[in-house]
Write a new protein. Structure first.
Lengths: 130, 130, 130, 130, 130, 130
């Protein structure tokens, strides 16, 4: 028996209901994903995460597609299946092509390899990088 | 006493010397960074990594700047100081602005947070993502 | 076909059987969890882990509930589903409320985020912390 | 040459200056730690992180000392030196004894070990935890 | 709906088909594992990974069995279920006994524990190791 | 100011002194490394870790050299500098050649890469591995 169950839309009240409505409106979706339904167990976390994500993922110097690809790159590195699946899809919806995702995965693989080559050889930081 | 010392340019021979020359030519630099000097302890690893990185980081569906930002995002997640420092600089040289790097770091922070919210609440995968 | 199968209670002999009996008595449970049944493939690992965990998780300067919450915090960070599920339940049995678990998850999320902000900005250690 | 330099107090303006003043007042310190000075390169990240941390680390169902210990536990798991050093000190200031920190470290060690025993043996989730 | 589907053998063409044939011949298997079928979404990644793995995993100063055990050790540390399952099996096929795998898992557990004891106590590097 | 200082040999008493003497005798060294001096802040952790490490790292189905290489492989993956440096040296003392360490690092790099390719493509587990 899991400790927390997702808070279904019918059971949402007060601030949780408000945020559910905003998520559906902003994201143009009709159903709240399990991520938000789970966070709703702690309304403060739900609100803070929703507000923070909107700020961080909005168009800025970087395109939203690039931000989603970076998001997936981190999730792949951490091995978070839910996050990889949901944000790969989000990347596609925002315009990422399969080629872009393929190349992102290749970069993530190489970075994870070379990060360990650096640790394995205990590479000293070049003067130029200090 | 470290197990491996960087192979200095004066001591490079054969395949190692060839790759050193190629790195300097392709990257338009006059000094080999410590990363390559360390990998040179295993010429096979040096050659394979140099070839692979050129293939993976070349312009494709993704711009080389975006690829460098993804590279740094992974290195930040893994806590690899050398990699963060050297590839942040590489990103800048390829055209990344400080604003772009600031935003990338913000995304990496949020992704690392929400990856753990997913694990903490054991969020189930939505039907739509399967 | 998995390399190792859990050692069922009926098949337990010698030291493994003794430890199974002790686990059931100390933990006041009637069935051995899969974790211990799997470790039983290496009786030395089974015994060492059981002894070590009892020492580390016992009441000390920290309350056993706090220790379980720390345990879950690490498991969430590492993305170990089995560990999150089993130790969240253990925390609850020892008296953790849902509010406590909700707050622990929020701290784990923030710590994982700020750990990466530190790496991203390569924050230098303040004199006061040295 | 690092990409970002800490924003010193004398160079802080507008929102950054306001937050610096608030940090000093709330934390009762006379000097801004490097963490905040680095985040100030992105005023949005500075503000969001400061606001979020105050919300997450405040007294709730969990004592602030316990929250700091959980924070350190995550930072130890991620190998973030700055974070371990600064939050261990924060824990002490809020009342953590050396015994408490010693025990937290022991739990973090064991959790990291058993997380991998679970992965190594591919332990199946017990019916009771589903 | 997943972003990428495995490329089945019947749908493989050109370079992908060639590599599938080589994998089956070299590995003496009749069916391509899902790992390679997934990588085939990016033929460059498929070819590079297949070539690199053959070079890295071949008999050298280390026996192929030892290399597979190291491979599993990393995969256990990263929590990659597919990798643990497939490479544990590969290790067995190359001659690893259950005792060897049991001992490898025990070392991985202890290393993950002591890595964090080092971080928790912020152990300074001894002169002898510098 | 660090929370914990290493317990110097002159200040060691009781159980700590006994274990220091045993470490020097068993390891045939004249000075206690900082790792053990730091753990001595918690005599229980010192004793448990010393006993456990001796059991886990002893000659068994795997050679002690192979066990040290696995230890380093995990430490490289986790980015623990102290652990990489001290256990690489330990591996050498037990007979590892530079070629063996070079090959181990190459395997660690590839495993970290392919672990992420698996996550990136969300590779499904083959029937044969279940």
């Amino acid at each position: 028996m899991p400790i927390f169950k997702p808070i279904e839309e019918n059971d949402a009240k007060g601030k949780v209901k408000e945020i559910y409505d905003e998520i559906k409106k902003v994201r143009k979706i009709t159903e709240i994903p399990n991520f938000w339904k789970s966070l709703a167990n702690n309304p403060e976390t739900l609100e803070r995460t929703w507000t923070s994500l909107q700020q961080v993922m909005k168009k800025g110097a970087l395109d939203p597609v690039v931000k989603e690809l970076i998001y997936v790159a981190v999730s792949v590195t951490n091995g978070c299946e839910y996050c990889v699946k949901s944000h790969s899809l989000a990347a596609k919806k925002k315009g990422a092509t399969n080629d872009m995702i393929n190349e992102m995965i290749a970069v993530v693989g190489m970075a994870n390899e070379t990060n360990r080559l650096v640790e394995g050889y205990q590479v000293e930081i070049d003067e130029a990088y200090k």
